[in-house]
Design a protein. Sequence first.
Length: 327
Amino acid sequence: MTTSRPRAVKASSAPQDLPPLRMDLTELETFIAIVELGSFSLAATRMHVSQPSVTARVQRLEERLSTQLLRRTTRRVEATKEGQRLYDAATQALHGLKQLVREFDGAAARSGQRIVVAATPMIAATALPPLIHAYKKRFPDVRIKLLDLLYRDVIDQIETGAADLGVVAFDGDSAKLRFQPLAEEELLLVVPQGHPLAAAGAVTLEQVMGFPLLILDRYTSLIGSIGEECRQRNLAFPSLSEASNLNTLLGMLDAGNGITFLPSSMAQINARRERVSLHVTDVRLTRQYGIVLQKKGGLSGAALNFVRYLQQEYANSLAAKTPAAGA
């Protein structure tokens, strides 16, 4: 009697599990931009970040791969041999991924469950995220794409139909659009902690005009209102510096370059121990926020529902962020 031996099992030809990539898509997109443009600075412009941020992203990518990906020549930045291999693979992979996302977006748009909202940076970064989060909890099947854009770009996106709606402080500078008010906010004076006005609690316009002003360049109507008040009261208008974004404005404020006005909710969100918010008692300075829509053309059911939600909740959300005097 013969005893059968256990038969050897043939090793599977399936590939072994690969380790996780742990690779940031933003770093790959930044690397691709550098290779295509041949410049760190031009890549920073394309990616809407600073040049040091671009450099840091490439350094992290090279550290992750233990490989030099780029070399500088006298005229431009070029990919190394290994960098070219990564560029070829990454562009192919990202192209396929972007195509898939476009297909998903198209399907969502056709079903009426996708909403594109355009907003200026402060609103996009502060007021809208918690509102969108709460809305998504109630309507999880709705996809909301939030575009963080400069004011003029928000208007363009609505005019062209690339976005369903915008949330801005509308200047009434487009005959193609209509405005639905959501909330009006008091503008508070914000000063550094060690400023002469910091301990005042509340101030008058005359006191404010004794110091250099810092203003976001979007606040042209505010500058006009303050200028008119100064003319009526025979007050000299102080020196004025403008900044294009909030972070730059606050950096200039903290460095002692002047004092500024911010909507009350923004003042609360950006409150720090080194900053003090004050009411101006003898003049009413406000910003009105609302929804911008095309005059012609209707909204999808999902977009219309989101508009109604903002009309109900936007003002309450801002009120929850409003600081007390002297905060």
